[in-house]
Design a protein around this ligand. Structure first.
Ligand code: NAP
Length: 299
């Protein structure tokens, strides 16, 4: 089987490293046998937009071959589009000229509704996807073997998505040892607004609010004594600005819904504080203490 990757950055590079590793594992023979195409040879073919990145991808072991030319992927059974959201549709347009009509295209974009709506009419064997894994860094140099292991990987097929295409993407994602989920693109975008996009905006708001303290001496003191609590709560708001802007642009409606609800919750707590309503505050903190493990488990 030939797997293509377009966009050799953090996600594309990590995908290549992890798939090549899986292809080399003898113990994966059973899972590899389920894949289409040639069973005696499994390759990862990468397309980047710069020659030096292509050379680095091969040197790093993220791809068997890499090129700036999309034609490299003409033999691909499946292609993962791992570019920024803004160019996914135009990449699929270009890919369509080179792929066999049987080939499956999937993407890794962090927002699904707009991508799935635009790409599905262009390529019937398209399955939207989103690995729920990443780091604060970007680019091929940040790529990690095993980035997706144990992490959720969401597929967002729609009524017209061929089951065979979903089965193929699922089989390849299983090689990454991810936890596979399926839902509609709409549900995906609403869910990630809560657990991924709202946290970025809340965290960014936290950092902005701290900077708004007018007494510079207090700001300096706060910065000197900030520790693990501030590190945890400011991490996503202090991350890659392009990713935050992408969330706002492509998932505006769901993010706004979540932000309005969050503002309402802040207002409720402010009123409780103003009124010294310690019972409401205690009850709220008791409930959030109990609810947190529903979303995340501490390592
Ligand atoms: P990244 O590290 O910046 O990698 C993006 C890659 O796409 C780079 O190699 C870049 O090439 C390439 N690229 C940009 N424009 C291109 C174009 N017009 N044609 C071909 N290649 C192009 O970003 P990333 O974090 O891997 O994100 C990629 C995708 O993964 C995004 O859609 C994002 O929503 C999704 N995602 C990200 C995370 C995360 O935490 N980072 C998690 C899940 C999903 P150059 O090297 O030349 O710049």
């Amino acid at each position: 089987m030939d797997v293509g990757i377009v966009g050799l950055g953090l996600i594309g590079g990590s995908l290549g490293l992890s798939l090549r590793h899986a292809f080399q594992q003898v113990s994966d023979g059973q899972r590899l046998a389920e894949l289409p195409g040639r069973t005696d040879r499994h390759r990862v073919l990468g397309v980047g937009r710069r020659e030096e990145v292509c050379r680095a991808a091969v040197a790093l072991g993220a791809t068997d071959e890499a090129s700036t030319e999309m034609s490299l992927l003409s033999s691909a059974d499946i292609v993962f589009v791992c570019t920024p959201l803004a160019v996914i549709v135009s990449i699929v347009e270009q890919l369509a000229q080179y792929l066999s009509s049987e080939a499956v295209i999937t993407d890794v974009g962090s927002v699904k509704q707009s991508v799935v709506a635009a790409v599905s009419p262009m390529w019937s064997n398209f399955v939207g996807g989103h690995p729920m894994a990443g780091t604060a860094d970007s680019g091929l140099e940040a790529a990690q073997l095993g980035l997706f292991a144990g992490r959720p990987y969401v597929l967002t097929p729609i009524a017209t998505t061929p089951p065979r295409a979903v089965a193929l993407v699922s089989a390849v994602v299983n090689l990454l040892e991810s936890r596979l989920y399926q839902c509609s693109p709409e549900d995906h975008d609403r869910a990630v607004a809560w657990i991924s996009h709202l946290p970025v905006f809340v965290s960014a708001g936290l950092i902005s609010a701290c900077l708004g303290e007018t007494d510079r001496q207090i700001v300096r003191l706060a910065a000197s004594i900030a520790s693990s609590g501030f590190r945890d709560t400011s991490r996503v708001g202090g991350g890659n600005p392009e990713l935050g802007l992408m969330m706002a642009t492509y998932n505006r409606d769901a993010l706004l819904r979540s932000l309005y609800a969050y503002r309402q919750e802040c207002d409720r707590l402010i009123v409780a504080l103003e009124q010294e309503d310690w019972r409401t505050i205690a009850t709220t903190l008791q409930q959030t203490h109990q609810a947190r493990p529903t979303f995340v488990a501490d390592p």
